[in-house]
Design a binder for this molecule. Sequence first.
Ligand SMILES: *Cc1c(COP(=O)(O)O)cnc(C)c1O
Length: 233
Amino acid sequence: MATIAENIQQVHRRITRACALAQRPVQSVTLLTVSKTYSADAVREAVAAGEHRFGENYVQEGLDKIDALIELREQLEWHLIGPLQSNKTRLVASQFDWVHTVDRLKIAQRLSEQRPAELLPLQVCLQVNTSGEAAKHGLTPDELPAVAHAVAALPRLRLRGLMAIPEPTDDVAAQRRAHRHLHDLMAALVADGLPLDTLSMGMTADLESAILEGATIVRVGTAIFGPRPQAAR
Ligand SMILES: *Cc1c(COP(=O)(O)O)cnc(C)c1O
């Protein structure tokens, strides 16, 4: 079986190839290593292989891992990429560096109020539902502009861009359409004056399609750590 370090190399090769195809500089795409369900020791291996940005889905699991790796805290960036309820915002505002899944103004307001003054602003993306009623989370494209302008004005947050989790499909054309939709939504906000620079889209199965459509952060778990145990997708 390949090691975590070998898998990471392989993912960087995929990113490099996709950037070449898209005629984009390889530095324009950041790898977010998704460590949900994997141990702090697995994260250590990824750190030893050169990674320092980690994505977690479940707030409590993320906090436990941040804690277990506290001696590395200064060199790591922790990204929340799972759903966030309002009773967890205080912990997230004080412990994480990024939240990709803001999908309500109320949550953003709480995060801004609760972000400790001694930390940099919390970096956030708005999660957008680009796949219609199938998705449980995310702003609709119609709701997006008003919420984006309101979130951008919050003092302790820095709105960086948009995130989506499209319906899984093997059809590359369909993958690209979904990613292009998110890209176009961000382009419209930028044209409207918001200084956004981040498109968080693409996972193990569709990172190439995402990069071809402008992804700046790809969130990759399975290709690095292997399949996750059941029930913990
Ligand atoms: C689990 C997860 C990923 C990683 O998915 P893989 O298919 O394992 O690469 C990316 N983004 C989100 C939001 C996730 O929940």
